[in-house]
Design a protein around this ligand. Structure first.
Ligand code: GLN
Length: 472
């Protein structure tokens, strides 16, 4: 597939953005019925954006770093006048009155948002099987999941529908599906990409980030969407990242921590890929340091208290009054109850109950308070590691893409898919997943590079080293 960089170059040189859009729409038309990637294709908005780019170029202007590049958006990002569902019945029919900041930044850079992609309901899940609108299929093997919760956005890029897409990562929801679909996925440093207009799941963990086929394309996209936003009070007072200028700077002289806990328990094919990645980095001039960070194993337990606690509070706003669905009843409380009973799926209800319990008087200290302490310890453990090494290497997921239904009956088995990704969300740091070889059934394996906050330039350069070793 043509890269986003190449499309933007061509379009700025006078090639038609409308034709690029039509190529993208043709692939969507051909494959969406089978894969269930897009919940909504916004042809009207996409044509308007592409035509605006063509007019700008014709008028002699630079149309931006993503001129004419079709982009898919996870359907938990607000798009003005365009349905935004979070893959939940409770938001069916709702059209936001405003754009998420990332959407406005994409438009300002000449990108063409083509539509909204499927996800696990409210981004709760690791397989996209929790969507109220049916699962998304993995384009590499339609009998398997694309991962989640940003499964639709990952599949859009892996299927060649759009060269770029955006997802959100609260506990791994960009990196895990990127690994399972064989593409690049980034969880940027918390606060470096605006969350304004991202429908909240767990506000202290949620972060928007890019999916792309190449590391360079992911870099351009992150440059475009990052940087301070006064509309998000947790936005860092930092400028947009500058990543392209140091993309080829390699890893010579860098110290890399090979972390036992970030590989432990994974399948052999995944272990092999991580070991091979370590060799590649070493050959490129990095020093490998074998490390153990025992605190990382506590991440999953802390996350499944903190994330549901925040979700139970965030999702209280869906009461049948302000958004989407309403099931009428005799009085307000019954209407609230009937609406929430009909509107939320089983996983969302499970999280609301878990979170409400963890926050309830009498249990608050034992559960939520304890989880916050674990989170503090994890942040300290990462800091100690980063005092010694520049970045860490591990697996993204314990296995390649799994088959539908294999983990849906056991929530714990599903949750365990995120053991390697969750710690970074708890610490607020950065991480990137890069496809690195194949494993079982010839399916892609992702390796993960993790670094301290704002270490994206280092991580992208290291990811580029791995990508190059793969001949890309
Ligand atoms: N799979 C994790 C969960 O279900 C992470 C989800 C996410 O990052 N949005 O909570």
């Amino acid at each position: 597939m043509t890269t986003a960089r190449e499309i933007a170059r061509r379009v700025n040189d006078g090639a038609s953005a409308v034709e690029e859009l039509e190529r993208s729409l043709a692939v969507i038309t051909e494959r969406n019925a089978e894969l269930n990637v897009f919940l909504h294709v916004d042809e009207e908005g996409a044509y308007a954006a592409a035509e605006a780019v063509d007019r700008a170029v014709a008028a002699g202007q630079n149309a931006g770093a993503l001129a004419g590049v079709p982009v898919a958006l996870k359907d938990n990002m607000c798009t003005r006048g365009v349905p935004t569902t979070c893959s939940s019945k409770i938001l069916e029919g709702w059209r936001p009155p405003y754009n998420a900041t990332v959407v406005d930044r994409l438009l300002a850079a000449g990108a063409v948002p083509v539509g909204k992609t499927n996800l696990d309901e409210f981004a709760m899940g690791s397989s996209t099987e929790n969507s109220a609108f049916g699962p998304t299929r993995n384009p590499l093997d339609p009998a398997r999941v694309p991962g989640g919760s940003s499964g639709g956005s990952a599949a859009a890029v892996a299927a060649g529908m759009t060269p770029l897409s955006l997802g959100s990562d609260t506990g791994g929801s960009i990196r895990q599906p990127a690994a399972l679909c064989g593409i690049v996925g980034v969880k940027p440093t918390y606060g470096s990409v605006s969350r304004y207009g991202l429908i909240a799941f767990a506000s202290s963990l949620d972060q928007i980030g890019p999916f792309a086929v190449t590391v360079e394309d992911a870099a351009v996209l992150l440059e475009v969407i990052s940087g301070h936003d006064p509309l998000d009070s947790t936005s860092l007072p930092e400028p947009a990242f500058s990543l392209l200028s140091s993309l080829e700077s390699g890893v010579a002289g860098k110290r890399v921590g090979l972390v036992r806990e970030l590989v432990a328990g994974s399948d052999e094919d995944v272990e092999r890929a991580v070991a091979r990645a370590a060799d590649v980095l070493k050959e490129a001039g990095a020093t490998l340091v074998e490390m153990s960070i025992p605190e990382l194993t506590l991440g999953l337990s802390a996350y499944y208290l903190i994330a549901p606690a925040e979700a139970s509070s965030n999702l209280a706003r869906y009461d049948g009054v302000r958004y989407g669905l309403r099931i009428d009843a005799d009085d307000v409380a019954s209407m609230n109850e009937a609406t929430r009973t009909a509107g939320f799926g089983p996983e969302v209800k499970r999280r609301i109950m878990l979170g409400t319990y963890a926050l309830s008087a009498g249990y608050f200290d034992a559960y939520y308070g304890q989880a916050l302490k674990v989170r503090t310890q994890m942040i300290a453990a990462f800091s100690r590691a980063y005092a010694d090494v520049d970045f860490l290497l591990g697996a993204t997921t314990p296995s390649v893409a799994f088959e539908f239904g294999t983990k849906t009956k056991d929530p714990m088995a599903m949750y365990l898919n995120d053991v390697f990704t969750i710690p970074t969300n708890l610490s607020g740091d950065a991480a990137i997943s890069v496809p690195f070889g194949t494993g079982e059934a010839n399916l892609p394996v992702g390796v993960q590079l993790l670094g301290p906050g704002r270490s994206e330039p280092t991580l992208f350069a290291a990811a580029r080293v791995l990508e190059k070793a793969e001949g890309r």
